[in-house]
Design a protein around this ligand. Structure first.
Ligand SMILES: *Cc1c(COP(=O)(O)O)cnc(C)c1O
Ligand SMILES: [Zn+2]
Length: 465
């Protein structure tokens, strides 16, 4: 129970470098306030020599830890004893080679892959991280847990609480644009749900205060254990590609937990000699919530060996507040003003020679319609990755023959309001839901055909189409 264990919490600020045992519950370094990593003395741990060794686990799927798409990789996130791990079968995802979406993006057939994280138990990638956070909560004996959420984090924490009955959970959501599918999950899974008059950033600030005062375990992505679980999305992508490293991984950026986890996973695999090169990361912001794009692409903010220029960040947020600017996008899962993992994301961009792009809500919804028509579908935020690939093809940054993986972060059913507004072509609904966000066309709409309750007329409609 001390720093002699091979897993420890490690400050990301190189000028601090403090270490803390994994038995402590921390969401920032007590010494300097910066984000923490979970780090390992790999020399003292049984690391596989080859990623193919994980395939042997498939034969033991009757064991819950081998069934889990997170924990069958637990040698690469070795912070928890096996008997403490909390799993609900997360991480059963698929990587789909999508020719239809590839063609729309301007990619060659066989070059674009969609990683469906919507297949997780609560319908988003958040379950990869939540299983790790809830496991750590168990390790430290927490009874109460909380999160702030644009919807999917709360759905994920709520399902872990309802299925495992281990934690009493409070979720904080904003009063604005939470998607109905997500709100319905928190309510149905029985979590105490507090809807704050404000947006995600307001909810985030409040939940951090509440957790400090009440000793409640915080499950947002400032929790470094959560990001350990999200590393496994990378492992499963590589597994599906038979361990061949793609050229690009493209992911929507909100609070930047996923981007950060991906960068850490890739850096660790490289360091351990388990991959020989690192793919490039493209993080896609919604244009209405583009803090990372602004800072990285416009203001040239860089990781800078762990010493990013704070003055750039402070000036940017100062101007944002002075202008009263608030993030606004139909991709509510990435509607974030101040991404909590900003610095870790800068590190991920550094490690992967990564880039950041922004796409409009129109581009996001058109991409979403393509994913639906050519695949399993996804929620708006997820489609930002596909819209991003199309943009990067147009820019010539991605070549048609590059191997590209888009991470589809959430399930199609999360946000039916937006989907129906796009397809149904009801003018009033279209204007209210989409027009107010700058979406004015639905070129890929698949509208329902109204017809009288009359067989002759129904047959006419079918024959005409
Ligand atoms: C949380 C979420 C995101 C944003 O992920 P970050 O790790 O916060 O950048 C994107 N898409 C969906 C569906 C999400 O739930
Ligand atoms: Zn520190």
């Amino acid at each position: 129970m001390s720093l002699t264990e091979p897993a420890f919490q490690h400050c990301t600020n190189p000028d601090c470098d403090a270490r803390y045992p994994v038995q402590e519950t921390l969401t920032a370094c007590p010494a300097c306030g910066e984000l923490l990593d979970i780090d390992y003395d790999w020399d003292r741990l049984p690391v596989p020599r080859n990623l193919r060794e994980f395939e042997a686990r498939w034969g033991r799927r009757h064991e819950p830890l081998e069934f889990s798409g997170v924990w069958r990789f637990r040698q690469l996130l070795p912070f928890a004893p096996d008997d403490q791990i909390v799993t609900i079968g997360e991480g059963q995802t698929i990587l789909q080679d999508s020719h239809a979406v590839a063609a729309w993006c301007g990619m060659n057939a066989g070059s674009l892959f969609l990683q469906y994280e919507g297949l997780n138990p609560s319908g988003s990638f958040k379950d990869n991280g939540m299983t790790a956070a809830v496991t750590h909560a168990r390790m430290v004996g927490a009874q109460h847990a909380a999160c702030a959420s644009t919807g999917n984090t709360s759905a994920s924490l709520a399902i872990f609480a309802s299925t495992t009955r281990r934690l009493q959970v409070i979720v904080f959501v904003g009063s604005g644009k939470i998607a109905y599918g997500k709100l319905s999950q928190a309510l149905d899974y029985g979590s105490k749900t507090i809807q704050i008059q404000g947006d995600f950033d307001d909810a985030m600030r409040q939940v951090q205060e509440v957790c400090k005062h009440e000793k409640i375990y915080l499950c947002n992505s400032v929790n470094p254990f959560r990001l350990e679980g999200q590393k496994t999305i990378i492992f499963r992508i590589l597994e599906s590609l038979r361990w061949e490293v793609p050229d690009w991984i493209v992911v929507p950026g909100g609070n930047l937990g996923n981007s950060s986890a991906f960068g850490k996973a890739l850096a660790e695999l490289k360091k351990l000699g388990l991959i020989n090169r690192v793919p490039r990361l493209a993080i896609i912001n919604a244009a209405g919530a583009n803090t990372l794009w602004q800072l990285h692409e416009q203001h040239n903010l860089r990781w800078n060996a762990g010493r990013p220029d704070r003055a750039i960040i402070q000036k940017f947020y100062g101007a944002m507040d002075a202008a009263g600017h608030r993030a606004s996008t139909l991709a509510t899962a990435i509607q974030i003003n101040r991404p909590v993992n900003l610095k870790k994301a800068l590190r991920a961009l550094d490690v992967t020679d990564g880039i950041v792009r922004q796409v409009s809500d129109q581009e996001i919804l058109d991409a979403k319609a393509q994913v639906g028509a050519g695949g399993f579908g996804c929620e708006p935020a997820s489609a930002a990755s596909v819209a991003g690939v199309r943009l990067l093809r147009n820019e010539g940054v991605i070549a048609p023959s590059d191997r590209v993986v888009c991470v589809l972060t959430g399930h199609q059913l999360k946000d039916p309001t937006t989907t129906v507004a796009y397809h149904a072509r009801d003018p009033e609904q279209f204007e209210r839901v989409l027009g107010s966000q700058g979406v004015h066309a639905a070129p890929y709409a698949n509208s329902p055909i109204a017809v009288a309750n009359d067989l002759g007329q129904i047959m006419d409609v079918i024959r005409r189409s």
